[in-house]
Write a protein that binds this ligand. Sequence first.
Ligand SMILES: [Zn+2]
Length: 294
Amino acid sequence: MPELPEVETVRRGLEPAMEGARFDKVDVHRGDLRWPLPKDFAQRLRGKTVTGLGRRAKYLLADLSSGDVLLMHLGMSGSFHVFRNAGGDKPLGRYHHERARHATHDHVVFHMSSGAIVTFNDPRRFGFMKIVARGKLDAEPLLRRLGPEPLGKGFDAGMLARACKGKKTSLKAALSDQIVVAGLGNIYVCEALHRARLSPKRAAATIATRKGEANDRAERLVDGIKAVLNDAIKAGGSSLRDHKRTDGDLGLFQHHFRVYDREGARCPTPGCPGTIKRVLQNGRSTFYCPVCQK
Ligand SMILES: [Zn+2]
């Protein structure tokens, strides 16, 4: 499932194709995504300009000149692909051939005035698109209860400590809670805790003083969260450039994780003799090093 860094990478890949461009034509091949697309979906986009392409947690938000916002989510298997319009002498060539294999899953196609053709491909159809009036965005149920953006300026140790104050649940559970911090999934929670050298089983309240102020653990944890996300976005950015050079594909990319899915491997912390262990927390796998994560 795409996590926040993948979604941010997709946003950056779509930006040059969509921002400032108009929807010339919108094809809906299948409207039954996780939720059905509204009947007037194509009509509400056609002729409108994307004034900005933003992200909130794992949602992409395209601001439209009409005052609407196009909300997009990749779900489990969604991806966007950007193709250059053939426009005469430039044949699509192997781009076309490449995507022909998956074209049955190209559910929505945007023909942009920038000359880009943006396809939304989703074999499992857990992704979705929704059009919301800008003024009603704060009341949107999908966004309303989201906590702070982990890469936002306001997210710091003090804020995280206040959110964890008095919480008897584990740090793993607290960080996975979208109200505490938005957009962190299983992978990056495990990775951030390893970087912060904190056990995923530790009680969340222990990153705060009794008054709810941040202690050293909260500082380390926020640094770990930001570092792991920024590194992943940076890695995504480089894979994005490679993709563009080859087939214009903005799909998913692989990272090198330090603990995630590395059960039995040596802990990568310098000088640590530990071995990565897998445990179940709330039915989900947690990977961590019992030696250096306390
Ligand atoms: Zn270790």
